[in-house]
Design a protein around this ligand. Structure first.
Ligand code: VGL
Ligand code: ZN
Length: 215
């Protein structure tokens, strides 16, 4: 693992929100355990960006929007297949708030995504049609940020798709495994691992950056 370059490296903290932590509507097992790991890691980076899943009430990715459908069923949308989720991260709700113990005062951008009623957005770069941009690509490019370290929730959805879009758009991507937790629907973690291997997305442990964190 090459040392960090503070002018071109950025930490992308994905969706560390109440609804993805224990007690939330779409809790990821042990989701809250990433918080102290991420707080510590953030000290190693000059540049930190947070993402926030930010859905209007009645969002089309919610199972409750689809009569006769259950959570985790897959439906066909105009832009492709969409897994249906419990209502989560509704704009201005407690569940959409970032975890209260996340402590990254120097984070320079909070990128909200998933706010269009009829399209979901797993990736921090593009919505699930893979073409509607969030603006993150332009932000990184304009700031000269070229290597994206990814942490957060969930490993097999929003972290995965963000890492894939990072490399597809000319950035390099490094996923810090112990700073992520998975939703783990059948096959989703395995698919994520296979995709990372195929695309050359590096996986590291947070300890690999210990040398970059001031004692
Ligand atoms: C996520 C599914 C739906 C995530 C967000 O943050 O991984 N997954 N919305
Ligand atoms: Zn969502």
């Amino acid at each position: 693992m090459a040392a960090l370059d503070q002018s071109t490296d950025v930490l992308l903290v994905v969706d560390v929100q109440n609804d993805f932590c224990p007690g939330g509507s779409m809790a990821v097992a042990h989701g809250d355990e990433v918080v102290p790991v991420i707080n510590r890691l953030a000290q190693a980076f000059d540049h930190v960006i947070l993402t926030q899943d930010w859905h209007p009430a009645g969002h089309s990715s919610f199972a409750s929007y689809h009569p006769e459908r259950d959570v985790h069923e897959v439906v066909e949308m105009t832009y492709g297949n969409q897994v249906l989720w419990p209502d989560h991260c509704v704009q201005e709700s407690w569940g959409a708030e970032l975890h209260k113990d996340l402590a990254i005062p120097h984070a320079e951008l909070v990128m909200r995504k998933g706010f269009r009623a009829h399209i979901d957005s797993y990736s921090a770069f593009f919505e699930n049609d893979h073409e509607t941009p969030t603006g993150l690509k332009g932000y990184l490019a304009e700031r000269g940020l070229r290597r994206v370290f990814l942490v957060g929730l969930a490993y097999d959805f929003c972290v995965r798709y963000s890492a894939e879009d990072a490399v597809a758009n000319g950035f390099s991507a490094v996923v810090i495994e112990d700073a992520c937790r998975s939703i783990a629907l059948p096959g989703t973690v395995e698919d994520t691992e296979a995709s990372f291997a195929r695309l050359g997305i590096a996986k590291i442990q947070s300890a690999a950056l210990n040398g970059d964190i001031a004692a």
